[in-house]
Ligand binder design. Structure first.
Ligand SMILES: Nc1ncnc2c1ncn2[C@@H]1O[C@H](COP(=O)(O)OP(=O)(O)OP(=O)(O)O)[C@@H](O)[C@H]1O
Ligand SMILES: [Mg+2]
Length: 306
């Protein structure tokens, strides 16, 4: 189900074009990245989705409700954090959630307990926020955004300032929310490697225009993609000879053999190497990074990345 639809969105502030007409969608159960360098227009877009900024031109709808003509219904279905979670440091996590829950008509104590549980903060929720780590603040911020049970969660650079463990915990939490609870997550970032690990799809903007869209293939969906592999075997020369029989694109490097091949063919190759008494110590798949895509796109023209 489509939770967020942005159509030809434009924003002009004091005659300056901030967003110049782009479109995107987010479906339930999906984590969609919104990537772009500083000043690209990510926060502006997210503020517009949350109803905090007016729309100059174009449309935004949430669960089919236009945020201008059906504002209240649209807002019932979205929760989010813009820039940083706004928590009262002298209050406990629970007191913060109680305070924010008063803004919604149908949120009670049981909602608070369930969101605290969801973000795995039960053990610390009655401690003061000033004793929390950044990762804990982020989790309470997400709990706050989920209080009214929205179907779409919008997060503006939530990994900022988190250490690698905090980032992994956030990633696991968002995956849980999207895959188990069916929430659609729209998350902005300028960190490409992180988005690759977290998202199902990524949109890339620069200077207020869309410059690319990319699906991130998860492990078992990539059978037919071509990757570069490095084979470390007991006999590099015979390995290369074997690859050459298939006119494979291969080369020897640092004691290993590089091979460019469809992923689906690798198991058969490994089997025949073993059959020929060549021992295999490692087969490493090199990832094509979004970093390269991103740099070539932001310096080039509008492209569709594959
Ligand atoms: N209230 C405002 N008045 C004027 N210009 C603004 C305003 N808000 C944002 N801008 C401009 O809009 C552009 C996009 O800003 P925005 O904050 O959306 O970028 P961003 O992608 O979130 O960047 P960052 O990664 O640094 O957070 C910038 O050039 C910024 O200076
Ligand atoms: Mg921003």
């Amino acid at each position: 189900m489509e939770l967020l639809r942005i159509e030809e969105l434009k924003k002009t502030i004091k005659k300056k074009k901030i967003l110049d007409g782009f479109s995107l969608t987010v479906n339930s159960g999906e984590i969609v990245g919104f990537l772009g360098p500083n000043g690209a227009g990510k926060t502006t877009t997210i503020k517009m989705i949350m109803g905090l900024f007016s729309i100059t031109e174009g449309h935004i709808s949430i669960c089919g409700f236009d945020i201008v003509s059906d504002f209240e219904k649209a807002m019932e279905n979205v929760g989010g954090i813009v820039e940083n979670p706004d928590l009262y440091k002298r209050l406990t996590g629970r007191q913060n959630l109680e305070y924010f829950s008063a803004m919604y008509p149908n949120v009670d104590k049981s909602n608070i307990d369930s969101v605290v549980d969801l973000v795995k903060m039960s053990a610390r929720i009655d401690d003061k926020v000033k004793t929390y780590s950044l990762g804990m603040c982020q989790r309470v911020g997400i709990a706050q955004a989920l209080l009214h049970n929205p179907r779409l969660l919008v997060l503006d650079e939530p990994t900022n300032g988190l250490d690698p463990i905090g980032i992994k915990e956030l990633r696991d939490l968002l995956k849980y929310l999207s895959k188990e609870a069916g929430v659609g997550v729209f998350i902005s970032s300028h960190l490409l490697s992180e988005m690759e690990l977290m998202c199902d799809r990524i949109y890339i903007i620069d200077n207020g225009i869309m410059i690319g869209e990319k699906s991130i293939h998860q492990e078992n969906q990539v059978a037919d993609d071509i990757y570069s592999y490095t084979f470390i075997t007991s006999d590099a020369i015979r390995t290369i000879d074997y690859f050459k029989e298939f006119n494979a694109n291969c080369s020897q490097e640092n004691g290993g053999v590089n091979l460019v091949m469809k992923r689906s063919q690798i198991p058969a190759i490994v089997k025949s190497l073993v059959d020929q008494n060549i021992d295999i110590y490692a087969v490493n798949q090199k990832q094509r990074t979004l970093e390269q895509d991103f740099i070539s796109m932001t310096t080039g023209s509008k492209t569709q990345i594959q």
